[in-house]
Design a protein around this ligand. Sequence first.
Ligand code: HMG
Ligand code: MG
Length: 304
Amino acid sequence: MTDVAPRDGLQNEPNLIPTADKVRLIELLARAGVNEIEATSFVSPKWIPQLSDAAEVLAAVAQLNLPNPPVFSALVPNEHGMDRALHIHSDSFPLKIAVFTAASETFSQKNTNTTVAGSIARFGAFLPRAFDAGMSVRMYISCVARCPFDGPTDPDFVRQIADDLLALAPAGAIEAGCVEIDLGDTIGVAYPDDIKSLLIRFEDEIARDMFVLHLHDTFGRAADCAELALALGVRSFDSSVAGLGGCPYAGTPEKPAPGNIATDVLLNTIESSGYTTTINKDALAQATSFAQELLACPRVEPAE
Ligand code: HMG
Ligand code: MG
């Protein structure tokens, strides 16, 4: 289980949250036993002001005295982001990175100011540096069921993008478990049948533990989609503590982008499907309360 709240959960929050509170949220999630935490983004601060303190957050997280540290990851969209991530990555604090594209041309433009092919070409330019440094790489594909602008997504297009992304991995990286494809239902509209139509395009690969499902939960169907995906062999899921989340470039002021499936909801789904996790429920409840308080507390205004 990957908790994406510190990244996906906070990126859409208009008021700046103090760095120390972000670090505390990450610490509580780590102590709750999640396997991975998507801690922040090395994206342009002009595009996502909330996460402009990415380096400070990760430097503080590296100093935490955690008994069982999870994997820590951060989004990287381009060379500049790669420079910033490599500055933090070290033997004692290995960082995983996440690149992101979409199965929609309009969303890709709105989110990263380039075409789908343009985003993949960008990754091709800097990913060798990540692999050379020993980083693991997550590869997101957004809008796998539907785009808020372009409508329904063709699952064959998703498969094509996944193949193009996987072609960027050096020999042996996939087999070594250093690469994963993360399928994002960005606006939380998928039905279990949509997930099934998608996953059957990847039949042979699902068992390889290479796929992650990233479900937003607009209509309360994310748990059903996760249950179906578990039955089809997916073993890795993203969620967000307290259900925070949403991509600012997937919504409008009238209709903001929805949050991710809540971590406790995902946990119940996994357990009721007969699987165990590493989560401590009391510690997760503490992290959930803190996340809820965080968004209810007075805000710090952005610096000029
Ligand atoms: P651009 O405007 O084309 O980039 O944006 P640029 O190269 O022209 O740079 C513009 C300015 O940003 C320059 O500064 C750069 O230096 C700076 P200036 O010269 O004007 O002062 N800049 C940076 N600064 C720090 N770090 C960087 C960086 N890059 C440029 N890495 C870009 C292109 C990709 C940068 C931009 O579109 C961007 O940052 N987009 C990110 C948007 C984002 O974070 N969206 C949310 C995450 S995706 C998501 O939520 C979906 C997901 O959850 C899955 C799902 O739900 O489906 C993952
Ligand atoms: Mg998301």
